[in-house]
Design a protein around this ligand. Sequence first.
Ligand code: PEP
Ligand code: MG
Length: 588
Amino acid sequence: MTFSIHGLAVARGIAIGRAVLIASSRVDVAHYFIEAPQVETEIARVRAGRNAVVDEIRRLQQSIATMGPKETPHELAALLDVHLMLLQDEELISGVKHWITERLYNAEWALTTQLEVIARQFDEMEDEYLRERKADLEQVVERILRYMKGVASPVAPPSSPRRKTQQDLLLDDTMDVPLVLVAHDLSPADMMQFKQSVFAGFVTDVGGKTSHTAIVARSMDIPAVVGARGASQLVRQDDWIIIDGDAGVVIVDPSAIILAEYGFKQRQGELERTRLSRLRHTPAVTLDGQKIELLANIELPGDAPAAVNAGAVGVGLFRSEFLFMGRQGDLPDEEEQYQAYKLAVEGMQGLPVTIRTVDVGADKPLHAGERDAAHLNPALGLRAIRWSLADPAMFLNQLRAILRAAAHGQINLLIPMLAHASEIRHTMALIDRARAELDNQGVAYGAVKLGAMIEIPAAALTLRIFLKYFDFLSIGTNDLIQYTLAIDRADESVAHLYDPCHPAVLRLVAETIAECNRQGKSVSVCGEMAGDVALTRLLLGLGLRSFSMHPAQILAVKQEVLRADTSRLATWAAEVLQAEDPGKLLAA
Ligand code: PEP
Ligand code: MG
């Protein structure tokens, strides 16, 4: 039966494919594709995990047998029997084998997928006692996963899962069908695992439009919907689904008529892309001759070629924290970072690269699956520059690596989340120290321009201080909106209040642009507003001449630029700023 689930539109386009469910487990589970020759090893790992847990339970049963009834309640022995029975259930192991053999999932992913399949069967049982056995099944699977976690995987997860090869296609025709990922939640680090993978689209139950998970999905340029509440419960493994990334809708089990309609829309989208691709080499100049700088946001050095391909004239935001995430605390050292930044610089073929120092914390935990439970409000806690200043040795590693990479090309160094003059001075002192250390070691490094992100209202209201210290500013509208409106950007339950066109937000953006223009300092917007074509004219009217966005958004924004007349837009933008509901004027 066809039904739809509504969420938030995150990345444009239509995806049609079979659902791959990523079950949410209390144990942090890696998801990656293995190579065909590794199938047997992965199956053996699950078997070994299961056997180890069976042995453990048997040992427990034996020790219980030697105790008296007072020390061991009768229920415990019964429970262990149930666990043993579940562990030996053939459906569990044969299902796991299926996901490993047919889909080439790694062992842990196959196990959690099969858990989800069986758990749903339990949910549908009439008998309440049997229904409640689902919790037992979850517990035994978790024990297997924990055991497997303790035993190193012989197949290291690839840094980016490989693309589907011709061999895969021959291996099994089910691999030929586009796959779309459905999950309760995916951390930004999880998303990076899936970058360049086979998935044609993403759906998550939770998340806001500018959550970092959504940002990575957008950078992958595949249709995505977040905040589609209940999707991971309502969609079943292998269901056909349509993701409408423009409308933020997920259609499950579509009828033939709906499929045909969306197939048509999908082809229209492809034609539009082909049409836009002709603008790649066209300079971004407005009708009245204003040159506009269109830059790219990237997450990894490997994204640089796509940025050049899309016609970006540089990188306006390299989110360096993606080098730090999902490494179980094994942070990249100076040399590794230096190589990564150098690679980004080389990948940009002489164009400037703006590297933002690490911005972890809040919805970008260092490890996938980690939740910052220790802090009540991580978005207001130790994140970004606060984290760096709290660990000077780590920060100095990064600063030295960036300065060294600057010997190979033009690098701008960008600092996130500053609010206080004392933080600025502290940061400047550490940059000076990093230079002095390199001087002492006789290591070559290059000159960098220094920039600050304006993403806390306090910063936007004290521009004078920022402009005294920095060569350029970059407006991080994602956080600026979050902190101005007191809306958690990752929380879909308040997503309707997350408004880039709130008069307070526009005023802070407008004043930052105007002040920089008055003082002759460069300013850009690198938050998601920069890539939103509905806002291009407004930002141009406010005097913005530099936009940084995902490479996939550049051509559509360029098209808006080519049609714009900034002299007219300035008058209109001034009116928009005064409006009670500026968003309505944009729609008009
Ligand atoms: C922003 O806050 O707008 C920004 C660009 O930084 P991030 O999205 O990585 O927090
Ligand atoms: Mg930010």
